[in-house]
Design a protein around this ligand. Structure first.
Ligand code: CO8
Length: 260
């Protein structure tokens, strides 16, 4: 394991799993521009590294992230907000090809909930709390919350969360499909490494193509999505790993991925 331990982000990797741990403990990992810029840069560095097969984004036990940094935003004008273009870093994260998994323990509020939704999947610890409380401080979600909630959990829950700002516990988040699993908070970080390992051991190119295909469901009508999936499926047959994966199955052995 290598680890660079500096505020506001701890970057480490354990074999093929790259870990990005939000680390602003005094403000419950509130997302300020410095943290977002470091997060995007570290995710891009992992994305360039062929040894990294899965990126985990974690917070602390108490908070994944309690939202954008309110102290940083409070005095700003429209012009300030536009000029700073904070969303550039969110857009960089959106372009990461390596699967990104959010491990949410504690609060995931506002931008924290949006960051979890930007990941390809989110797993909750049993103490997790999700919400879009922006209306309680005079704004609305700005990092994709209204759009991703409406697409992933539907209009009714998106409206409920964004208009009331109420918090959901881990089981409600699971029930509405905001997260894919709930795990015990004790030993959560280690359990997240196991989840990352489930992805990291699969054929890397196939995993990236699967991610691309599922993403297409958000961007295209069904017919276009089916065609996108079909073309991505065909392109698997141009990879060494398809030959290796199928041959290994037939020979009853474990595949050795070449990532090409
Ligand atoms: N920003 C800055 N500081 C924060 C934030 C935050 N979002 N959340 C908590 N803190 C700070 C508190 O001010 C406090 O600091 P101090 O110890 O100096 O007083 C410390 O963290 C601990 O917090 P609390 O004492 O409040 O802890 P509690 O356990 O009592 O409450 C809560 C925890 C419920 C999480 C509470 O802190 C809270 O409500 N936080 C704010 C949640 C919120 O409104 N989030 C939405 C922010 S807006 C947003 O995210 C918009 C995103 C869109 C764009 C993103 C890119 C720009």
């Amino acid at each position: 394991m290598t680890e660079a331990n500096t505020e506001p982000l701890i970057v480490k990797n354990e074999g093929p799993i790259g870990v990005l741990q939000l680390h602003r403990p005094k403000v419950l990992n509130a997302l300020n521009p410095e943290l977002m810029s470091k997060l995007a840069a570290a995710a891009e560095a992992f994305d360039e590294d062929p040894e990294i097969r899965c990126i985990l984004i974690l917070g602390s036990e108490r908070a994944f992230a309690a939202g954008a940094d309110i102290a940083d935003m409070a005095p700003r004008s429209v012009a300030d907000m536009k000029q700073r273009d904070q969303f550039r870093d969110w857009d960089r994260l959106r372009r990461i090809r390596t699967p990104m998994v959010a491990g949410v323990s504690g609060f995931a509020l506002g931008g924290g909930c949006e960051l979890a939704m930007l990941c390809d999947l989110a797993v909750a610890a049993d103490n997790a709390k999700f919400g879009q409380p922006e209306v309680s401080i005079g704004v609305i979600p700005g990092a994709g919350g209204t759009q991703r909630l409406a697409r992933s959990v539907g209009r009714a829950m998106a409206m409920d969360m964004c208009l009331t700002g109420r918090m959901l516990d881990a089981n409600e988040a699971l029930r509405i499909g905001l997260v894919s699993r709930v795990l015990p908070s004790e030993g959560f970080e280690q359990a997240m490494m196991t989840v990352g390992g489930e992805i990291a051991k699969q054929a890397p190119l196939a995993v990236q193509l699967a991610k691309e295909a599922v993403e297409a469901a958000y961007e295209t009508p069904l017919e276009g999505g089916i065609m996108a999936e079909r073309n991505l499926f065909f392109s698997c047959f141009g990879t060494d790993d398809q030959k290796e994966g199928m041959q290994a199955f037939l020979e009853k052995r474990k595949p050795e991925w070449r990532n090409r």
